[in-house]
Design a protein around this ligand. Structure first.
Ligand code: 9MG
Length: 255
């Protein structure tokens, strides 16, 4: 899964049309580089990020999704209104960092055939890194995801549409992220494919001392460890390099 952020800090060329064009071109490049799908987001979910208005989020992502209508597109949003608009514009998957907990979110996706990524997050992006706290992080994340899978099934969403994600970096310290990575097989027992997003994240920066643009090696190492733990989808910025690492991993596994 290649990351395409349509946020002012990502493609700001000075005008919405140019930003959308740049985002579409970037998405096409990621698909050419080997991404199986691209994840389009119009609201930054970085630690400390403030929410954007729904209208702004829609104006950022809908033209991009429409332009990519013939490609596999996921949309990263927590708003039911944006989910509906994205699916109508051609998206095939919703990636929700709130695991469809917003009122109306489950209903927005239930009667469509779209895929859904349910992610764990403690708190809200603006404050989630202030004081993350768990008893046993792997158990709590697994129980949360199991409850969200059950809520989806109760709403008529079949299990084969679901993906679960521990939400690395979302209300978690470096130690929490590493524990979750080590204990990923416990989450694989949820029985739905696991998605892992480590690409360029601050935990890699904390361990390696590198700035975001220099975290490729750390991101590849984390991606391989996630695959070893049972992850089936990797959410990454550097698709070309990750694809090669995945090919090496698969070759090793089949040897
Ligand atoms: C939007 N976004 C940023 N990081 C992410 C991650 O690790 N997983 C998912 N599902 N979405 C993410």
């Amino acid at each position: 899964m290649g990351v395409v952020n349509v946020t002012p800090d990502s493609f700001s060329e000075g005008g919405r049309f140019l930003d959308a064009q740049a985002a579409v071109a970037h998405a096409r490049r990621l698909l050419q580089d080997g991404a199986d799908l691209v994840d389009i987001g119009g609201e930054s979910t970085r630690p400390g990020a403030a929410p954007v208005a729904e209208r702004e989020e829609l104006e950022r992502i809908v033209p991009v999704v429409q332009a990519l209508r013939d490609s596999p597109v996921s949309v990263d949003t927590r708003r039911p209104g944006v989910m509906r608009a994205a699916l109508a514009a051609g998206a095939c998957m919703i990636n929700d960092i709130q695991a469809l907990q917003s009122p109306g979110a489950i209903e927005a996706v239930a009667e469509t055939g779209c895929g859904i990524c349910l992610m764990h997050m403690q708190g809200e992006p603006q404050t989630m890194q202030h004081a993350p706290r768990y008893g046993d992080v792997a158990v709590e994340v697994r129980e949360f995801l199991a409850a969200r899978i059950a809520a989806c099934e109760a709403a008529g969403i079949s299990r084969d549409r679901l993906v679960a994600d521990p939400g690395f970096g979302f209300g978690k310290t470096v130690a929490h992220n590493l524990t979750l990575l080590k204990r990923l097989p416990e989450l694989a027992a949820l029985g739905v494919p696991l998605l892992a997003g480590w690409s360029r994240k601050s935990t890699i920066g904390r361990i390696t001392g590198r700035e975001p643009g220099e975290r490729l090696a750390g991101s590849l190492a984390a991606a391989l460890l996630a695959l070893l733990g049972g992850a089936k989808i990797l959410r990454v910025h550097d698709v070309r390099e990750t694809r090669d690492a995945v090919l090496m991993f698969e070759a090793w596994r089949q040897a």
